[in-house]
Write a protein that binds this ligand. Structure first.
Ligand code: KOT
Length: 836
C-alpha cells in the first residue's frame, strides 16, 4: 500500500523535430511564479502534491495558445469534425504524455532538476484517471492521441465519472474493491464550462398534437443539467490540441426548491440532487456482461443527448442548415453504449428542425458509424421495451418508427420471410436490440481485427451483411507508440532512435528498418541491457509493494488483462502447476528460471473470475515459499492493474501471454503493446494475434491451440468431451485433481467451481483441450530462450514489425474509409504523416 507504479524519464537526446520555444531558464522562472501564485508560498515550502498541481497548471498555460489556435483554425477552415462517443476513456496519467507531445519533456526535466526536483517523482503524484474498464476504454484513449497527432479534427465525448473503476486490493488472496476517489485531490487538466451546460430530459410522456402536421410534445419530464469539462488532447509536436469533453450530471438546487417537483421541502431537494448526481457517479465496473439497469440506460442517454446538443449548438454557430451536417460532422459510436445517438439526432432533426423523415434519416445514417468490440453474447445490449418507454418516451416512439421503416424494407427484400424479419428487427419479443439499431442507423459497421470482422460478417451479423454488405469493414486496432514505447520504455526508444533515427515516432512503419540490425551483436547486447534495466525497475516495485524478490535473470512471463473465463488465466495456472509438479518430482530438472506475472481486475459480481484471483494467489503462496524448487519459478499477482502499472510491466516482459479461446478475443491490444516492447507472444490464433503472426512471421511468435474454426465446429457439434482429454494425459489429470485434493492446503472446496467447469460442465473454453499444445508451446519457447542470439532476434523482429499496430495507421484508415476525410484537406495537413 502506498507504493505507486513508477514512471520512466526520457533521455534528452530523444528530442524530436519541433521545438517548444521555451528555454530551461524561462521554464524555471514560470514554474516558480506559478507555485507562488497558486499557493502563496515558496517552492521550498510546498508539498509534492502542490508542486505537481503547479506543474500541471503551468503545462496547461503553455498549451492554452495552441488549443485556442486549433479551435480558431477549425472555425476558419470549416474542416469536418469527428466526434468519438465512448462511455469509457481510460486515459492513464497525462503529465508525461502532454509534456512529451508538446516537446517540453527535456526542458521540463532539466528545469526541475536545476531546481532540485525530479520530474519522475512529480509524475508519480498524478492519480491515474481510470474512466474505463479495459480494452475498449484504453483504445479510445489511444485514438485520441492518434487523432491529434495525425492532425485530424477529432474529439472525444465521454463521461466524467465521480468515481473511476474500483481500486483492487488483495486481502488474503482475494480481490477487495475500494472506491476510486480519483478527484479527491483535484484534477487540474480539465476546464469546467458551466456556460455550455445543457439540459437532458428523462421520463414524462409524449402528447401528440395534430393540426395538419403531427407534433410530438414531451411533457412532465425531469431535467438533469449536463455540465461539460474539457480536457486538452495534445498532438505530437504539431501545434495541435483537440478536446475531450467529459460530462458531469448536476442538479440546480436553487431551481428545485422553487420548482413544483421539489416543492419547498429542502429534504426533497437534497434527495433530488442525489438522484441526479447518481447519473455520473460511477462507471459500471464490468466489461463483459450487459447490465440491464435503468441507471445505465440513463447514463447512456445522458452522454448522448448532452454530447449531441453541444455539437449541434456549435455547428449552428459556424454553419448553415443542418442538411449539410454529414459533410461537416462525423459521429463515431464506440460499441453500442452510445447508440442512442441515432434516435436522438433524429429527434432533433424531426422535432426541432422540422425536417421530413426521409431527410432526417439520410442525414443520420450518413453521419453515424459504429465499431463492434465483442461477440460475447452476454455483452450484447438489449433493453426491455417497457423500461425504455418509461425512461425515454420520445426516443421510444422514434425507435419504433425506425423499426417499422426498416422492417418494411426487409419485407420488400424478403417478402413473406417472417422469421428472418423478426430475427433482424430492432424490436422483437419486447426487447430493443441495440446492435441492430446501430447496424441499421449507421453507414459503416466495423470489427476490430480481421478474424473478428469475418466472424461478424459470416456469423453473428450475417443476415445484416447479406442485406447491406457495403456497410461492413475491418479496422484492425492499434495502440499509440508514443505512450506505449517512447514514454513507458524510454531506454528502448533511445536505442531505436540511435539505430534508425527519430522518424519512427511519427512513422512507425519505419521500425521495419530495425530488421537489418536484428542479428547484430551490438544491437542485441543493447536490447538485452534495456530489458534487464526494465526488469530491475519492475522487480524494485514488486519488492517494495509486495515484499517478493524477483530474479531479474529469469524469464518474465506476463498475463495482464481483465480476468475472464475466455481469456483463460486458468490455462496459464494449470501449466504453472504442471511445471511445479515436474520440479518437485525432479529437483534437478534443467529448466530456465521463470517469473510468472499476473494482473487484472475481476468484475464485482463475477464469482468464478474472483476465485481465479484467489487461485493465482494460492499458487503464488505455495510456489514462492517452497525452498525445494530453489526459486526456479516465482508467481506474482500484481494488485490493481491499471494503465500506470501496465507501463511498468510491459517493458519488463519477455513473454506475452495472449491465450484466449480462439474466436472470443475480438482483437486484444495488450498483445500489440508487448510486441512493441520486444516481448515474444505465446498465443492462440485469435483476434489480432493472427495479424501479429503475419507481421512477424511464424518463427517469431509461438502459436498453439484450436483455431477459431475448430472451436466453432465443436460448438456446432454440441461441444467436446473433456473426460477423454483428462483420462489420456497424466500430467493434466494431476493438476486438475489438485484443484480439489488438498494440494492448496487452506483452499478446501474453493476451487471446486473451476474443477466442475472443466470436467463436469463441458469445459466451454477448451482449457483441457488446449493444455497439451500449450505445454508444448512453452517448451519451444524455453528452447528458443536458451539460445540467446536467436531469442534476441525474435524480440527485435517483434519490435521491427509492430508499426502496423500503431493507432496512427488505424485512424488514418478510419478517416479515409469511414469518415471520408481526405488527409490533404486537413488544417494541420496530416498527409505528410500518413502511414498505411
Ligand atoms: C464490453 C461490453 C459491451 C461491448 C463490448 C465490450 C468490450 C470489448 N469491452 N472491451 N472490449 C475489448 O475491446 C478491445 C478494443 O477493441 C478489444 O481489443 C478486446 O478484444 C475486447 O474484448
Amino acid at each position: 500500500p502506498g507504493v505507486k507504479p513508477g514512471t520512466a524519464v526520457l533521455d534528452a537526446a530523444q528530442a524530436g523535430p519541433a521545438d517548444s520555444g521555451i528555454t530551461v531558464e524561462q521554464f524555471k522562472q514560470d514554474y516558480r511564479n506559478k507555485v507562488e501564485r497558486m499557493y502563496g508560498d515558496g517552492l521550498e515550502r510546498v508539498s509534492d502534491l502542490d508542486k505537481y498541481n503547479a506543474l500541471v497548471s503551468l503545462v496547461r498555460d503553455y498549451l492554452a495558445e495552441p488549443w485556442l489556435n486549433t479551435k480558431e483554425k477549425y472555425r476558419r477552415t470549416g474542416a469536418k469534425q469527428v466526434y468519438y462517443f465512448s462511455i469509457e476513456f481510460l486515459l492513464g496519467r497525462l503529465l508525461g504524455s502532454n509534456l512529451y507531445n508538446l516537446g517540453l519533456n527535456e526542458v521540463c526535466q532539466q528545469a526541475l532538476s536545476e531546481l532540485g526536483l525530479d520530474l519522475r517523482t512529480l509524475r508519480q503524484v498524478e492519480e491515474d484517471p481510470g474512466l474505463g474498464n479495459g480494452g475498449l476504454g484504453r483504445l479510445a484513449a489511444c485514438y485520441l492521441d492518434s487523432m491529434a497527432s495525425l492532425g485530424l479534427p477529432g474529439h472525444g465525448m465521454g463521461m466524467r465519472y465521480r468515481y473511476g473503476l474500483f481500486e483492487q486490493r488483495i486481502v488474503d488472496g482475494y480481490q477487495r474493491e475500494y472506491a476510486d476517489d480519483w478527484l479527491m485531490d483535484g484534477f487540474y487538466w480539465d476546464v469546467r464550462k458551466p456556460a455550455e451546460a445543457v439540459e437532458v430530459r428523462f421520463g414524462g410522456n409524449v402528447r401528440i398534437k395534430s393540426n395538419g402536421k403531427t407534433q410530438y410534445i414531451h411533457e412532465g419530464y425531469e431535467t438533469v443539467l449536463a455540465v461539460p469539462y474539457d480536457v486538452p488532447v495534445v498532438g505530437y509536436r504539431n501545434g495541435m490540441v483537440n478536446t475531450l469533453r467529459l460530462w458531469s450530471a448536476e442538479a440546480r438546487l436553487s431551481e428545485v426548491v422553487c420548482a413544483p417537483q421539489g416543492g419547498s421541502d429542502c429534504q426533497k431537494a437534497v434527495e433530488y440532487s442525489q438522484t441526479v448526481e447518481e447519473l455520473s457517479n460511477i462507471l459500471y465496473p464490468d466489461d463483459s456482461t450487459y447490465e440491464g439497469k435503468a441507471l445505465r440506460l440513463k447514463q447512456q442517454y445522458f452522454l448522448v443527448s448532452a454530447g449531441l446538443q453541444s455539437i449541434i449548438r456549435n455547428y449552428r454557430e459556424n454553419n448553415g442548415h443542418l442538411r449539410e451536417f454529414p459533410h461537416k460532422i462525423a459521429i463515431h459510436i464506440n460499441d453500442t453504449h452510445p447508440v442512442l445517438c441515432i434516435p436522438e439526432l433524429l429527434r432533433i432533426l424531426l422535432d426541432e428542425e422540422q425536417l421530413t423523415w426521409e431527410e432526417a434519416w439520410n442525414i443520420t445514417v450518413q453521419t453515424m458509424s459504429y465499431t463492434n468490440h465483442t461477440i460475447l453474447p452476454e455483452a450484447l445490449e438489449t433493453w426491455p421495451e417497457d423500461l425504455f418507454r418509461t425512461v425515454l418516451p420520445r426516443l421510444y416512439l422514434i425507435v419504433r418508427d425506425i423499426n417499422e421503416y426498416y422492417c418494411r424494407s426487409l419485407w420488400e427484400a424478403y417478402p413473406g420471410d417472417w422469421d428472418r424479419i423478426s430475427r433482424m428487427a430492432i424490436i422483437s419479443y419486447n426487447r430493443i436490440h441495440m446492435a441492430h439499431l446501430a447496424i441499421v442507423g449507421c453507414h459503416s459497421v466495423n470489427g476490430v481485427a480481421e478474424l473478428h470482422t469475418d466472424i461478424l460478417k459470416n456469423k453473428i451479423m450475417k443476415e445484416f451483411c447479406d442485406f447491406s454488405p457495403a456497410k461492413f469493414n475491418n479496422k484492425t486496432n492499434g495502440v499509440t507508440q508514443r505512450r506505449w514505447v517512447s514514454l513507458c520504455n524510454p531506454a528502448l526508444a533511445q536505442l531505436i532512435t540511435d539505430t534508425i533515427g527519430p522518424r519512427w515516432v511519427e512513422h512507425p512503419q519505419e521500425l521495419a528498418q530495425l530488421e537489418r540490425h536484428s542479428a547484430d551483436t551490438a544491437f542485441q547486447h543493447h536490447l538485452l541491457k534495456v530489458k534487464l534495466q526494465n526488469k530491475v525497475a519492475l522487480a524494485k516495485y514488486v519488492k517494495e509493494k509486495h515484499g517478493i524478490t524477483l530474479d531479474v535473470n529469469s524469464i518474465f512471463d506476463s498475463q495482464v488483462k481483465r480476468i475472464h473465463a475466455y481469456k483463460r488465466q486458468t490455462l496459464n495456472v494449470l501449466h504453472i502447476m504442471a511445471l511445479y509438479n515436474r520440479l518437485k518430482e525432479n529437483p534437478l530438472l534443467d529448466i530456465e528460471p521463470h517469473t510468472f506475472i499476473f494482473g487484472g481486475k475481476a468484475a464485482v459480481n463475477y464469482h468464478i473470475a474472483k476465485n481465479t484471483i484467489k487461485l493465482i494467489n494460492s499458487l503464488a503462496d505455495l510456489v514462492n515459499n517452497d525452498k525445494s524448487i530453489r526459486d526456479k519459478i516465482k508467481v506474482v499477482f500484481l494488485e490493481n492493474y491499471n494503465v500506470s502499472l501496465a507501463e511498468l510491466i510491459i517493458p519488463a516482459t519477455d513473454v506475452s501471454e495472449q491465450i484466449p479461446t480462439a474466436s472470443y478475443e475480438a482483437s486484444g491490444t495488450g498483445n500489440m503493446k508487448f510486441m512493441m516492447n520486444g516481448a515474444v507472444t505465446i498465443g492462440t490464433l485469435d483476434g489480432a494475434n493472427i495479424e501479429i503472426k503475419q507481421a512477424v512471421g511464424e518463427d517469431n511468435i509461438i502459436v498453439f491451440g484450436l483455431t477459431a474454426e475448430e472451436v466453432l465446429a465443436y460448438y456446432r457439434g454440441g461441444g467436446y468431451n473433456p473426460w477423454e482429454v483428462y483420462q489420456d494425459n497424466e500430467r493434466l489429470r494431476q493438476v486438475v485433481d489438485q484443484l480439489i485434493n488438498g494440494f492448496f492446503p487452506a483452499a478446501g472446496d474453493l476451487f471446486r467451481g473451476h474443477f466442475d467447469s472443466l470436467l463436469h460442465q463441458g469445459d466451454h473454453f477448451f482449457v483441457l483441450k488446449d493444455f497439451a499444445s500449450y505445454e508444448a508451446a512453452h517448451q519451444v519457447l524455453d528452447e528458443r530462450y536458451k539460445d540467446r542470439p536467436v531469442w534476441l532476434k525474435m524480440c527485435s523482429a517483434n519490435i521491427a514489425h509492430s508499426g502496423r499496430f500503431s493507432s496512427d495507421r488505424t485512424f488514418a484508415e478510419y478517416a479515409t474509409d469511414i469518415w471520408h476525410i481526405r488527409p490533404d484537406t486537413l488544417p494541420f495537413s496530416a498527409s505528410e504523416k500518413q502511414i498505411r
